[in-house]
Write a protein that binds this ligand. Structure first.
Ligand code: KIV
Ligand code: ZN
Length: 391
């Protein structure tokens, strides 16, 4: 049995902050229902004070979704916390998520506050939120560029004030897996209260390390992972839920982690989000990209046709895909070509197959992919070069 990880999905909050990804009320509810099918533990439904639309979305999600904790983000300000509570109070399991920046850069230039004032504000606002609900998450924005001793001290105080979850975000996607592990370990070593709270991590992908950093944090005791579908989010995005979850499931042997996600809902969640936002995932995106379970080269196709595990470390069915995909192109071999012919209902003699395969290779040299209609044209003998515009 591995350590259980709670999946905190912030597609509807941090994800929505991604350019071109804003969603209306109906779309947010649709997405929230899908996240419930996916069995995420916590849905961050929005930033209630950000707009009237956001407030209504958080409120409606809190009323509708009963299988997950529903959180709203709030700056460490009484008004933000009031709005957050007014929206999440309808949830069976409401959470207020309040945050303040803790790095010298943010405190000096953004907040224009002294470190002591930041600590005082954080403590006061956690205490303020606690009068509304039991489940309070506190985030130290830009934590990875903050002093770990300062953070340990701050966390002790906010836990004393009632915080139940301590989030230590890599807000600007700056850290690396080893550094993050050591950073979290140092905070733990210097804090007397942190064992009383759940440790959460929230990683951005500016250096493409969000998922690796998230997984490294588990070794240092993090038990809540914050992430988004398709990895959408500010700038280069957040850690991708589907990558984290499939890493947990595929590498149980090395990570010793478990989570409650129904992985067969992953593809559906990814597609729904793309449909809603109009933002497509890149074809080579891990897990949910169009090529994630596609094979083109002859060597790989031959291997997979003999035994799937030669080139597939997880099954397409495990993410909700019906089958892998054999893409016929110039790298494909005779084996895959013959399999495709059979699936189209053609049994060719050895000689016919050799001729057809030669024609296929000639065509594949001229086109990006060879489709079933091209193959049919080859074997029925009336192959004509397909004009580019026809593809
Ligand atoms: O990236 C970040 O630090 C955030 C916090 C508000 C949790 O999104
Ligand atoms: Zn973030």
């Amino acid at each position: 049995m591995g350590k259980n990880i709670k999946i905190f999905d912030t597609t509807l909050r941090d994800g929505e902050q991604s350019p071109g990804c804003s969603m209306n009320l109906k779309e947010k509810i649709q997405m929230a229902k899908q996240l419930e099918y996916l069995k995420v533990d916590i849905i961050e439904a929005g930033f209630a004070i950000a707009s009237e639309g956001d407030f209504t979305s958080v409120k409606e999600i809190a009323k509708t979704i009963k299988g997950c904790t529903i959180a709203s983000l709030a700056r460490a300000l009484p008004k933000d916390i009031d709005y957050a509570w007014e929206a999440v109070k309808y949830a069976d399991r409401p959470r207020i998520h309040t945050f303040i920046a803790t790095s010298d850069i943010h405190m000096k230039y953004k907040l224009k506050m002294k470190p002591d004032e930041v600590v005082q504000r954080a403590v006061n606002m956690v205490r303020y939120a606690k009068k509304y609900c039991e489940d309070i998450e506190f985030s130290a924005e830009d934590a990875t560029r903050s002093d770990p001793i300062f953070l340990a001290n701050l966390f002790d105080k906010v836990i004393e004030a009632g915080a139940t979850v301590i989030n230590i975000p890599d807000t600007v996607g700056y850290t690396t897996p080893d550094e993050y592990f050591k950073f979290l370990t140092k905070i733990k070593e210097n804090s007397s209260n942190i064992h009383r709270a759940e440790i959460s991590v929230h990683c951005h992908n500016d250096l493409g390390l969000a998922v690796a950093n998230t997984l490294a944090a588990a070794r240092a005791g993090a038990t809540q992972f914050e992430c988004t579908i398709n990895g959408i989010g500010e700038r280069a995005g957040n850690a991708a839920l589907e990558e984290i979850v499939m890493a947990i499931n595929t590498r149980k042997d090395i990570l010793s982690l478990e989570c409650n996600i129904d992985t067969t809902q992953i593809l559906r969640s990814s597609k729904l989000l793309s449909t809603i936002t109009g933002v497509q995932v890149q074809p080579n995106k891990a897990i949910v990209g169009a090529n994630a379970f596609a094979h083109e080269s002859g060597i790989h196709q031959h291997g997979v046709l003999e035994e799937k595990s030669t080139y597939e470390i997880m099954t397409p069915e495990s993410i909700g895909l019906t089958a892998n995909k054999m893409v016929l192109g110039k790298h494909s071999g005779r084996h895959a070509f013959e399999e495709r012919l059979k699936s189209l209902g053609y049994e060719l003699s050895e000689e016919e197959l050799s001729k057809a395969f030669k024609k296929f290779k000639d065509l594949a040299d001229k086109k990006k992919s060879v489709f079933n209609r091209d193959i049919e044209a080859i074997v029925t003998g009336d192959f004509i070069e397909v004009p580019q515009a026809y593809e």
